[in-house]
Design a protein around this ligand. Structure first.
Ligand code: SF4
Length: 883
């Protein structure tokens, strides 16, 4: 294939357009699509590195049944028979699908149709339950529909953007870059961040509110009272277009500034400043994400925010409104087809008999589900207690990503029949599959996705499917036919999209928000060339960007609802045994369980191992030093992580990223610590508030190793493995030092028989160093010390594969080759591989702005994801100089 293919990034909910150009050498060149209205050519570090994640070495390429390679026919027959038998013997609710925001809308549509229309159960839920179910529930309570009212443009045209529970700079980087550019062009724009952590996003803020975990409802209840008392009530809007204000104000009663400050852990002055800013600014957008959604009060948090916009009438107009940003590339598409257990399809409701009749007739469905199915956490509990006899998991890794993940592993192990459709051969979940089905990956599959602003874009294939990989929709259609169902005979995704669009318009006279009937007769060529568009797009009507500007909502009376949101504490509570609150989240350069981003060396360089962020006061009290290893434990499980001591973390709370799995680290599945507490309305788990304890791991030795081959790390107490250019790196540690270090080195590095091994030993100090040369070049090295190994990692990695002369070999063993000039330090700019040491040196040499750093090092001049970190380094250097 030659020429660029227009497609869409498979990572976050920004939904950036990508130009992918396969080359003759097998590489794929990636650029941002300048014509895509989500990103106008920008890509973040993850999107820019997509071309480095397409190797086939870890791919599942053939169906497997009970561990043996099988034909597609055999595997599909086996799945159809197991599901048919379970339904016959135990009823339709004895089977379930657990799907993913990674699926394309067409895949999702088929999964939902099969489960809810033909099997006759609501038991299909999605990993989007973990991401934004509280926003869905909050939207439905307030608006009568799951509608995101605004667009990305509203963030750029607002005069105040409030970011609450959203590290936009790292989790939605291109949208953050758009916001940063808008603020640079209009310095009068104000930005407020509300987050227990001071994040990269906070660097852009005029005001950062380091709120106590769980304080959001109290803060927004206080704001509601303040707005109502301060003449910001839009009486006309509230009277004509809303109901329920008295109840919301009643629930907020008592949250004056002092009380709100006490509950949120903020100062009264901070709270007052925020309230006054919000009150005085007409064009306000409030952006919220997982920090709001992932809570046992997530839906109330969403409604507390929406209440403030309804009271002021600031919704549906340019530059204002509540705005939920979704974590996943197609969380929104899943919502559109009914991918959540409590939805039907096309934004219709399972508990609405009229909607059920519409969908049943449209699908000619024999057995439409008549009640909601099990939401994610309950679904896996039902697997654990034996109610679910057959489970099909698609494009997700619940053994790593669901709360109480060890119990999920136990549930999978005892489930009579587990099918996993995935692109990756070995994950924490595929290990439990009776049948493995190889799916097509990004670059090979074809369909549509919807981003956070309701924009539907095409994902297009530009690579042939490898091995026997097939699309997820095809797998499900084949199983459906084998189960004896008709209505699954599509010839490709275009035909499925047509059906989906037709269903959205079926019986829809404007009463339902989701309507893309204009595309109900799209032909193959039209689908192939489909340009990104906002929904709704009803037949015969032009584009419409925003909802609710006309004051019409989707409750039967056409009015929006204020929702009473009494503040309540989080479900988990700290205690003497578990005195800290664990908050989980993402890092800039990784995505979910790292099955793709973990393959790109430049992405793993930003953070090469799992970590826990601890405030210096807590670290002191716990006897923890930077770079120690620490055991973090909750009542559910534990993990062993590297300690990062940082002022950016609140005292009393710690943060750990969600990305590391059993494939990349010894014990770093942090979701194993999370209790399965869920929001009572949305069913979304509380991933941001887990009581934990933290204690130093008494390591007898620490190690750092590089190798051109994958290191044999299993069995060590601590290891974290990551790719580098030309090999791997590993951070290591253990409670007991091996008695025979040369033997331990040989087991770990597996040198060739003819290899030359140079060693340095200081037995008294417990220091050991080994360098392995094969065919005259450095093929591996291991550095061991009784404390965290101090070696310039970037420099040592750069020596891999090099032929070193005698003096260089000695310097390498001495660990002294890596002076500051040679060692770039921890990676800051992934695009141009610029590290912290290089940036610090440039600042000291006179580069005093982000642009000046860009001019001399290029750092921050491509995707821009690192610009906030560069700014922080410049500030740190200036502060140090001033001090
Ligand atoms: Fe992909 Fe980054 Fe754009 Fe998100 S912001 S869609 S991860 S390029």
């Amino acid at each position: 294939m030659t020429g660029a293919t227009r497609t869409t990034c498979p990572y976050c909910g920004v939904g950036c357009g990508v130009l992918a150009t396969p080359g003759a050498d097998g590489r794929v060149a990636i650029k941002g699509d300048p014509d895509h209205p989500a990103n106008f050519g920008r890509l973040c570090s993850k999107g820019s590195a997509l071309g480095e994640t397409l190797s086939l070495d870890d791919r599942l390429l053939h169906p497997r049944v009970v561990g043996e390679r099988a034909t597609w026919d055999r595997a599909l027959d086996h799945v159809a028979r197991a599901f048919t038998d379970a339904i016959r013997d135990h009823g339709p609710d004895s089977v379930a699908f657990y799907v993913s925001g990674q699926l394309l809308t067409e895949d999702y549509y088929v999964a939902n149709k099969l489960m809810k229309g033909f099997i006759g159960s609501g038991n299909i839920d999605t990993n989007s339950r973990l991401c934004m179910a509280s926003s869905v529930a909050g939207h439905k309570r307030a608006f009568g529909s799951d509608t995101v009212p605004g667009t990305y443009e509203d963030l750029e045209t607002a005069d105040l953007v409030v970011l609450t529970g959203s590290n936009l700079a790292w989790c939605h980087p291109v949208l953050f870059q758009r916001l940063a550019a808008a603020k640079a062009a209009r310095p009068g724009m104000r930005i407020v961040t509300i987050d227990p952590r001071r994040t990269a996003t906070s660097e852009l803020a005029d005001l950062h509110l380091g709120i106590a975990p769980g304080g959001d409802v109290a803060l927004f209840n206080g704001l509601l009272l303040h707005l109502a008392a301060g003449s910001r009530l839009d009486e006309g809007f509230v009277a004509r277009h809303t109901s329920g204000l008295a109840g919301a104000l009643g629930a907020a009663a008592g949250f004056d500034i002092r009380t709100a400050a006490r509950v949120t852990g903020l100062s009264p002055a901070e709270v007052e400043r925020f309230f006054n800013l919000f009150a005085a600014t007409e064009r306000v957008v409030t952006v919220y994400s997982q920090g709001v959604n992932q809570s046992s009060a997530g839906t109330d948090k969403v409604n507390a925010i929406i209440n403030c916009h309804l009271l002021t009438g600031r919704i549906g107009r340019p530059g204002m409104g509540p705005f939920s940003v979704t974590g996943q590339p197609n969380a929104m598409g899943g919502r559109e087809v009914g991918g959540l257990a409590n939805q039907l399809a096309a934004h219709m409701e399972l508990d609405n008999p009229g909607h059920r009749a519409l969908v049943r007739d449209f699908w000619n469905a024999p057995r439409i589900a008549d009640k909601p199915g099990l939401k994610a956490v309950d679904l896996f509990e039902a697997v654990h207690d034996g109610r679910i006899k057959a489970l099909w998991i698609m494009a997700t890794n619940p053994a790593a990503s669901l709360p109480d993940a060890d119990r999920v592993v136990a549930a999978l192990a005892r489930c009579p029949f587990v099918v996993v459709s995935d692109v990756v051969r070995d994950t924490d979940t595929t290990r439990h599959a009776h049948v493995l089905l190889p799916s097509t990956a990004w670059g090979e599959k074809d369909g549509t996705v919807t981003n956070s602003e309701r924009r539907i874009s095409r994902q297009r294939a530009f690579l042939p499917p490898p091995g026997e990989a097939r699309a997820d929709w095809w797998q499900m259609a084949e199983v459906a036919r084998r189960m004896g169902f008709s209505g699954f005979d599509w010839d490709g995704p275009a035909e499925i999209f047509r059906e989906h669009a037709a269903l959205s318009a079926h019986g829809n006279d404007g009463c339902r928000d989701f309507d893309i009937g204009a595309h109900a007769e799209i032909d193959a060529a039209g689908y192939e060339g489909l340009a990104p568009f906002h929904w709704p797009r009803p037949a015969g009507q032009g584009p419409r960007q925003r909802f609710f500007g006309d004051g019409k909502f989707h409750h039967p009376d056409g009015k929006a609802r204020f929702v009473a949101t009494p503040w309540r504490p989080a479900r988990g509570q700290t205690s003497a045994a578990r005195p800290l609150i664990l908050n989980t989240g993402r890092v800039r350069d990784q995505w979910h369980t790292m099955t793709r981003t973990g393959k790109a060396a430049r992405l793993t360089s930003h953070y090469a191992e799992p970590f826990v962020e601890v405030n210096p006061a807590d670290a002191r009290a716990l006897g923890l030093a930077a770079a120690d290893l620490a055991l973090i434990e909750s009542d559910r499980g534990g993990a062993l992580l590297r300690v990062l001591v940082t002022e950016r973390q609140r005292p009393g709370a710690v943060f750990a990223p969600i990305h590391w799995t059993g494939q990349q680290a010894a014990r770093a599945r942090v979701d194993a610590l999370i209790a399965p507490h869920v929001d009572p309305v949305s069913g979304q788990p509380e991933s941001k508030f887990t009581p934990v304890s933290l204690r130093r791991f008494q390591a007898a030795w620490y190690g750092f190793a590089v190798s051109r081959r994958r290191l044999a790390v299993s069995g060590l107490d601590y290891w974290a493995l990551a790719p580098v250019d030309g090999g791997y790196r590993a951070e290591l540690g253990g409670a007991d030092a091996p008695g025979d270090w040369p033997a331990a080195m040989a087991a770990l590095l597996d040198p060739a028989e003819e290899a030359e091994v140079l060693a340095y030993r200081d037995v008294a100090r417990g220091v050991y160093r080994f360098a392995v040369y094969e065919a005259g070049v450095l093929s591996a090295a291991l550095f061991v010390a009784p404390e965290p190994v101090e070696i310039a990692r970037g420099w040592l990695i750069g020596q891999l594969g090099r032929a070193l002369d005698g003096a260089e070999r000695l310097r390498l063993l001495a660990g002294r080759g890596g002076d500051a000039a040679a060692d770039p330090g921890a990676l800051v700019c992934s695009c141009f591989s610029v590290g912290v040491n290089q940036i610090t040196a440039a600042v000291k040499a006179g580069a005093q702005s982000i642009d000046a750093i860009g001019s001399c090092l290029k750092a921050g001049t491509n995707c821009g994801s690192c610009r906030m970190e560069i700014g922080r380094l410049i500030d740190a250097c200036s502060t140090a100089k001033a001090g």
